[in-house]
Write a protein that binds this ligand. Structure first.
Ligand SMILES: Cc1cc2nc3c(=O)[nH]c(=O)nc-3n(C[C@H](O)[C@H](O)[C@H](O)COP(=O)(O)OP(=O)(O)OC[C@H]3O[C@@H](n4cnc5c(N)ncnc54)[C@H](O)[C@@H]3O)c2cc1C
Length: 311
């Protein structure tokens, strides 16, 4: 493999790292090593990395800001491709913005606000990048990023680029087809609304303040662990069954918000998984309700099973 990796290093202009700790690339600060970790600098580089991975029959996993991930302590086999800062161009044209996938949602909102463009105030404080946020159909308070997406460009695992329209992405609550297909989002066309800048600044302030008051964002975490069930909030039921404050090793269910697990400093992915299973089981036993995971598990999680709702 050394020869192949050397050839990748020669042909890629972005970084190529081996055994890179994923704890450096996740907001949870958890995760073992990625066998190969690359940061392409543009679409051409991305294609080079993908084709190389395909040629060498390696698994490919793409990440953005790593804010919705639990990465196994054993790490990730194959290649992890980070769509990062190099993909952060934003071009505005009237009310539309053509945005590269590595742009953070916060940077996009700031840039749009300066131009008097808004309509995505619900997303203040969401720490992901555009690609990951569209893949997850991120949002809050019943608002979703999907409502602002007109179309996207994606690259498949053969390096081919496609244009997908809004409906092709089959958005649903915390879902888009990007989670199931071998597609990497490279850019997206957003449509904003004209809004008053003072109004938007006010909304931003309220949103950020509310997050600081209600979420444990001073600790490493990955946002909401479970999706909200159709008729209630996951945080509410978890609190009702007494999950707040539960701790395993260095992982703890936040006292502030029961749907957040925080890393107290030395948490492992296993600590987090054990807490998730215990919390999920308690809710099932006491409420006859199965909470589904919102966070994504990455890497080897052998012998880990969760309760699953019947489809
Ligand atoms: C403190 C905190 C608060 C949060 N609050 C919210 C909230 O209010 N609402 C909400 O919805 N989420 C929230 N989250 C979760 C998270 O921020 C969102 O899901 C986020 O948008 C994910 O973006 P990311 O770039 O970090 O994706 P990652 O975590 O890197 O990846 C998430 C998924 O997207 C895929 N993916 C990433 N990039 C691409 C790409 N370019 N192409 C295709 N697939 C890709 C990955 O393979 C993975 O399956 C919060 C997280 C934290 C830590």
């Amino acid at each position: 493999m050394t020869k192949e990796i050397d050839s990748l290093k020669k042909s890629l202009r972005g970084e190529v790292l081996q055994n890179e700790s994923m704890s450096k690339h996740t907001s949870f600060r958890i995760g073992g090593p990625a066998e190969i970790f690359v940061k392409p600098i543009d679409v051409r580089d991305l294609k080079t990395a993908i084709k190389w991975a395909k040629r060498n029959k390696l698994q490919i996993f793409v990440i953005g800001n790593g804010t919705n991930l639990i990465v196994s302590d054993e790490g990730v086999e194959g290649i992890v491709i980070k769509i990062g800062e190099a993909f952060s161009d934003v071009e505005f044209d009237n009310k539309e913005a053509f945005v590269q996938a590595g742009t953070t949602i916060q940077s996009l909102l700031e840039q749009a606000m300066k131009l008097g463009l808004g309509g995505m105030e619900f997303a203040w404080g969401i720490p992901g990048a555009v690609g990951g946020s569209i893949a997850m159909n991120a949002g809050s308070n019943s608002h979703f990023i999907s409502t602002k997406i007109n179309r996207v460009n994606v690259m498949d695992f053969n390096g081919k680029i496609y244009k997908l329209n809004h409906d092709d992405l089959r958005f649903d609550y915390r879902y888009s087809i990007l989670q199931d297909e071998q597609l990497i989002l490279t850019d997206a066309l957003f449509t904003f609304d004209r809004k008053d800048i003072t109004f938007m600044e006010h909304e931003k302030e309220i949103s950020i303040k509310s997050r600081w008051e209600n979420q444990p964002i001073n600790y490493p975490c990955a946002g909401s662990v479970f999706k909200n069930p159709p008729t209630t909030y996951a945080g509410k039921v978890l609190e009702e069954v007494g999950c707040k404050g539960m701790q395993t090793g260095g992982a703890k269910i936040s006292e502030k918000h029961a749907n957040f697990i925080v890393n107290l400093g030395n948490a492992t992915a296993n600590d987090v998984i054990n807490l998730i299973r215990e919390a999920q089981y308690r809710v099932y036993k006491q409420k006859d309700l199965i909470l589904e995971l919102e966070v994504k598990l990455v890497g080897q999680f052998e012998n880990v099973s969760f309760l699953e709702r019947k489809k």
